[in-house]
Design a protein around this ligand. Structure first.
Ligand SMILES: Nc1ncnc2c1ncn2[C@@H]1O[C@H](COP(=O)(O)OP(=O)(O)OP(=O)(O)O)[C@@H](O)[C@H]1O
Ligand SMILES: [Mg+2]
Length: 480
């Protein structure tokens, strides 16, 4: 489980998101509280409910971005869903419980990955042995013939005679070592040792090898996941899964790739799935985080009709999950009491108070995100690790065009973005994307012809390209 302190979480978020300190603090505290709860005496532990958060802020100011970065940091099962995707029970769409099922699925994969990492050394060893088996099949007397797991195909077996005459793609003098009479177990073992050495040194890497892999065969059965039926969906999959067990398929690959493929297969075999599942469910129950984006889209009360009809219904469906209930998943029952929910929404039209009161009560923390101004834009353009300007420079680099943004150009772009946001609609940092795209339109198109050139972008260039559009309100509504 994560050991980041709130300060560390905030500073990690700072690398990607400019400003929005209140929101960063709130999520950092919430994350740390999970860690704290795990250390509280058992009797109290169950009583401590997560402090769910609503992030409120205009569009394009970093709500979703905070969630995305938090997901990477949290090292906990983290699911981001759009609340608008759900519909009330009985309507077509996803039922709300599917978010818990998805979260568990995610957690299972996460834990499985970890467990596979734990058995990696063993799996690598086994893979090595299996490749050696393929290259140099054991000769066994007929009565002790074991069931060959991966019967050697002829093309794999090292042909020692051919190797000797140099017609094989084994490095010449190494081939000399590989010419024992295989009947003799003593020599067999020695040869195997030598082959193993070659394999470890990577000398056999480029050799083609035929291996058998088991293909996962889940027939494509897509069933509408209206509640109730989804459960059936699972059973049908299991049923078919048994009907058509994975086919084996022979593949020709290089030894180096075969090693990875077989090692993964072995690792999967070594992992105890029962343990994985129980760990994964526990992980969800204790550390799971669900980010409910676009929550404002389901705010709004009964009175509405048409597409609005199911909004309140969705809220009512979500409520028990947020409050804590037991959800049936294919990995068993999952309790949602301690899952942390972070909701976010622009709340342009609706307000948090338009949510049903019960739901409001389950989100005690409200943080507002600030709208972004020119100074923020300057920073967003240049500071984050993945800053837009850095992205464009890297893109042009691939065409051997060197882009250089002057300071005054950045200033001008930020200024224009703020101006357009003010005059037409405020779409926050997304405005920078549209402006930059327009600004670099010509260079992007001509880049292949400009190779090896260095292009400086300064205030004059920005003004020349964009001034007319920005000044003309009607035009900028369409173009920027
Ligand atoms: N404070 C910020 N710092 C850095 N980049 C930002 C910031 N705010 C927004 N961006 C960038 O702007 C784009 C849109 O941001 P994001 O998706 O977070 O918006 P949002 O707040 O979720 O808006 P919406 O309400 O429309 O969903 C992203 O590419 C993001 O990188
Ligand atoms: Mg968003």
């Amino acid at each position: 489980m994560q050991t980041f302190t709130p300060r560390e979480i905030v500073s990690e978020l700072d690398r990607y998101i400019i400003g929005q300190n209140k929101a960063k603090r709130a999520v950092a505290i919430a994350l740390r509280n999970r860690w704290r709860r795990m250390r509280v005496p058992e009797e109290l532990k169950d009583e401590i409910a997560p402090k769910n958060i609503i992030m409120i802020g205009p569009t394009g100011v970093g709500k979703t971005e905070i969630a995305r970065r938090l997901a990477k940091l949290s090292q906990a099962p983290f699911l981001k869903v759009e609340a608008s995707k759900f519909t009330e029970v009985g309507y077509v769409g996803r039922d709300v419980e599917s978010m818990i099922r998805d979260l568990v699925e995610l957690s299972v994969n996460m834990v499985k990955e970890e467990e596979m990492e734990n058995v990696k050394v063993k799996a690598d060893e086994l893979a090595e042995e299996r490749i050696l088996d393929l290259l140099l099949p054991r000769r066994v007397t007929p009565d002790e013939q074991p069931e060959p797991k991966f019967p050697p195909t002829d093309s794999n077996v090292l042909d020692f005679d051919r190797a000797k005459t140099g017609r094989h793609d084994i490095p010449g003098n190494e081939a000399e070592i590989l010419q024992p009479k295989v009947e003799d177990t003593d020599t067999y073992d020695k040869t195997r040792e030598k082959l193993k050495k070659l394999l470890r040194e990577g000398k056999l890497d480029e050799r083609p090898l035929e291996i058998e892999t088991r293909e996962k065969n889940t027939p494509m059965v897509e069933i509408f996941s209206a509640s109730g039926i989804e459960e059936m969906d699972i059973n049908i999959k299991d049923m078919f899964g048994n009907l058509f067990p994975g086919k084996t398929k022979t593949k020709k690959v290089l030894v180096k790739d075969a090693r990875n493929i077989i090692a993964t297969e072995e690792a999967q075999r070594l992992v105890d799935m029962d343990k994985v599942v129980s760990l994964a469910v526990k992980k969800v129950e204790e550390t799971g985080i669900i980010f409910l984006d676009e929550i404002d889209k389901i705010a709004g009360r009964e009175s509405a009709h048409g597409p609005d009809v199911s909004r309140e219904g969705v809220q009512r469906d979500i409520l028990p999950i947020v409050e804590g209930s037991s959800i049936n998943t294919k990995y068993g029952i999952v309790k949602t009491d301690h899952i942390l929910f972070i909701a976010a929404g622009a709340f342009h039209v609706s307000k948090p108070s338009d949510l049903i009161p019960e739901l409001q009560g389950r989100f005690p923390l409200r943080v507002e995100l600030d709208s972004l101004d020119k100074d923020d834009f300057v920073k967003i353009l240049t500071e984050p690790k993945n800053a837009l300007v850095t992205q464009y420079v890297a893109l042009m680099e691939t065409e051997t065009v060197t882009l250089e943004f002057k300071k005054d150009a950045i200033d001008e772009i930020a200024q224009m973005a703020a101006q357009v946001n003010e005059r037409s609609e405020n779409i926050g940092a997304r405005r920078l994307h549209t402006i930059l795209e327009k600004l670099l339109d010509e260079i992007s198109f001509k880049a292949p012809e400009l190779s090896k050139k260095k292009i400086k972008i300064d205030r004059a260039y920005v003004q020349e390209k964009l001034k007319d559009i920005v000044e003309d309100q009607d035009l900028s509504k369409y173009i920027l």
